[in-house]
Design a protein around this ligand. Structure first.
Ligand code: SAM
Length: 108
């Protein structure tokens, strides 16, 4: 589908640069990972303006990334698999935000 053509890609060299950028843009960072202390995405209202942060396959969100996040949300899973891949998690989390903020507010 060449969706990359329609995306605005912004590279941040370090997590600290990313956190500073989000702070200046007044965008709270919402971490998405199933780490201890995460709150369930299914029952959490995401901020209307926010940036979602996903972890790397394998290690997940680093401690520095979590420290920069205003909250971290987990996606409920069933069965023995410890986690899903980052692309699947991103689709679920982005659609949750759409369900909370766009489907109920079509003017957005
Ligand atoms: C394959 S996971 C690796 C880290 C994960 N904490 C683990 O223990 O396997 C890669 C990324 O996918 C996302 N992810 C995978 N499963 C998730 C879940 N159940 N809830 C929230 N995010 C998840 C997170 O962003 C995570 O950093």
């Amino acid at each position: 589908m060449m969706t990359d053509v329609y995306q605005h890609v912004r590279h941040h060299g370090t997590i600290n640069e990313f956190v500073d950028w989000a702070d200046q843009a007044e965008l709270p960072i919402v971490g998405i990972d199933n780490l201890p202390g995460s709150v369930p995405l299914e029952t959490t209202t995401l901020p209307q303006n926010c940036v979602l942060l996903f972890g790397q396959e394998g290690p997940g969100l680093t401690d520095a990334a979590r420290a920069g996040a205003s909250m971290t949300c987990s996606i409920q899973q069933f069965g023995s698999t410890r986690s899903i891949n980052a692309g699947v998690a991103a689709g679920i989390a982005m659609h949750t935000w759409i369900s909370q903020w766009v489907l109920t507010n079509p003017d957005r």
